[in-house]
Design a protein around this ligand. Structure first.
Ligand SMILES: [Fe+2]
Ligand SMILES: [Fe+2]
Length: 161
């Protein structure tokens, strides 16, 4: 067995032990079609990493750079939209929520800055760990919390017309 295929086998064992595909469920809904669509796209990005870990694609520097850039760009876009929505809704946990967004943005930046310090395949494991845990946890613990405020704003808007 070559060193490369041995490495890939180790990555795949790691993948099978620790990760499973993310599946968006109706219970994750924040009752806003656009923001739900963004969350599904973020789940897809995580699943792209997990899929790559089944093959030697995850040991490719270009793939690692592309996936980190996609994560950075899409989260920036999503966070802006989400923050604009909840800042106008009276949602009381906006400051803590925005801080969570900034922490994730910093983590992705850090992974981008350090990506050449180790093997691409080990980067893939790190990205999968960070993104998988953060995205599901954030949607359930933070994003779900603003749903009732966005909804209340919509009801108030409707009732004034
Ligand atoms: Fe959020
Ligand atoms: Fe979100």
């Amino acid at each position: 067995m070559t060193e490369k295929s041995l490495l890939h086998k180790l990555i795949y064992i790691n993948y099978k032990r620790k990760f499973c595909h993310l599946e968006w469920k109706e219970s994750f809904s924040v009752e806003n079609e656009e923001l739900d669509r963004h969350h599904k796209k973020l789940f897809d990005l995580v699943n792209t990493i997990l899929e790559a870990m089944k093959t030697e694609k995850s040991n490719d520097t270009v793939f690692i750079t592309d996936i980190l850039n996609s994560l950075a760009e899409y989260t920036q876009y999503h966070f802006q939209k989400e923050e604009a929505a909840f800042l106008h809704s009276g949602y009381p946990f906006a400051v803590a929520h925005i801080r969570e967004h900034r922490l994730f943005t910093a983590k992705v930046k850090e992974m981008l800055a350090n990506k050449n310090k180790t093997l691409p395949a080990l980067n893939a494991i790190r990205i999968a760990q960070v993104a998988n845990a953060w995205i599901t946890d954030h949607v359930i613990r933070f994003d779900k919390g603003y749903a009732e405020y966005l909804d209340r704003e919509r009801v108030l808007t409707l009732s004034t017309h």
